[in-house]
Design a protein around this ligand. Structure first.
Ligand code: FES
Ligand SMILES: [Fe+2]
Length: 294
């Protein structure tokens, strides 16, 4: 069902010098979050987990995109599959947590699905008429791997992931990084009591850099800090300052050689830093992961 909302109290197209923040009600009225779910969270590619958790045949993990329970699995042919984690019988989940299995079994009445979501076994259903087990399947969801991450898109008609973020992969590899070699080294979880857009607003501004991040400020050429906006992602970048002769301070970024090097920050998909934005309480549950090229 499409949510009808009056959006006339904000115009995103005005000149930047006269731009205003969105009205407060856009952040606090639950109807807006429902509209955002329909227009954004359910229709765009969102990172949902890590590829290293589903490397072997039979590896799976359950997860949620907003209020939608999902299961990601590596099938017997070696392909990634994703399904709504909803049993076709009475809607219990068919997988919990993560692990490795030859099939997915619902723990309510024991219906068992193969790793392509097809129903293999429904106990005591012999003799039930007007029903064919071969017609029953978990509802599939679009899934793709990109670098060390697994992405899903709840819109079956969505464009492939690469068409959303194609330029990023090239830019990162041109900068000398192997995305597929990135390994998780640390994860920190935060519960931030705000609407998700408040968090994104703050993430996307470099304005707080001189005061809030003085160490980083010393390493980047702030005068050349730029934000590029694209339809489905944005890129913030600034040249890294060369290490001064005799400098002993620990640095976040070390510029090697004479080449122009940039710090690159991409914002790709709302859930890149947040896997659970609950529809009930508008709280933002974020996590920040650090990766290293392994
Ligand atoms: S709800 Fe899954 S087997 Fe009944
Ligand atoms: Fe910051």
């Amino acid at each position: 069902m499409q949510t009808a909302l009056d959006l006339s109290d904000y115009n995103p197209a005005v000149d930047l010098a006269r731009a205003e923040t969105m009205p407060a009600r856009w952040y606090i009225e639950p109807d807006f979050l429902s509209l955002e779910a329909e227009k954004i969270f359910y229709r765009t590619w969102q990172p949902i987990g890590r590829l290293e958790d589903v490397m072997r045949i039979g590896d799976y993990f359950s997860c949620e995109l907003l209020d939608q329970p999902l299961v990601i699995v590596r099938n017997h042919a070696g392909a990634l599959r994703a399904f709504y984690n909803v049993c076709a019988h009475r809607a219990a989940v068919v997988a919990q947590g993560r692990g490795n299995r030859k099939s997915l079994q619902c723990r309510y009445h024991g219906w068992t699905y193969d790793l392509d979501g097809k129903l293999m076994r429904a106990p005591e259903f012999e003799g039930v008429e007007n029903w064919r087990a071969e017609d029953v399947c978990l509802k599939p969801v679009r899934v793709e791997a990109w670098g060390p991450w697994v992405f899903v898109n709840l819109d079956p008609a969505a464009d492939p992931l690469a068409s959303n973020y194609g330029a990023i992969a090239n830019e990162i590899s041109a900068a000398g990084f192997r995305l597929d070699m990135m390994r998780l080294i640390e994860r920190r979880d935060y519960l931030i009591d705000c609407n998700w857009k408040v968090y994104v607003d703050n993430y996307l501004e470099g304005y707080h850099l001189p005061i809030a991040h003085p160490g980083l400020f010393r390493e980047l050429d702030y005068d050349q800090y730029r934000v590029e906006t694209h339809r489905l992602y944005s890129k913030q970048h600034a040249p890294i300052r060369a290490v001064e002769p005799g400098e002993v301070r620990d640095r976040r970024y070390a510029r090697s050689g004479a080449a122009e090097e940039n710090a690159l920050y991409y914002w790709m998909g709302i859930t890149y830093f947040s896997t659970q934005t609950t529809l009930d309480d508008l709280d933002f549950r974020g996590y920040h992961c650090s990766y290293i090229q392994g």
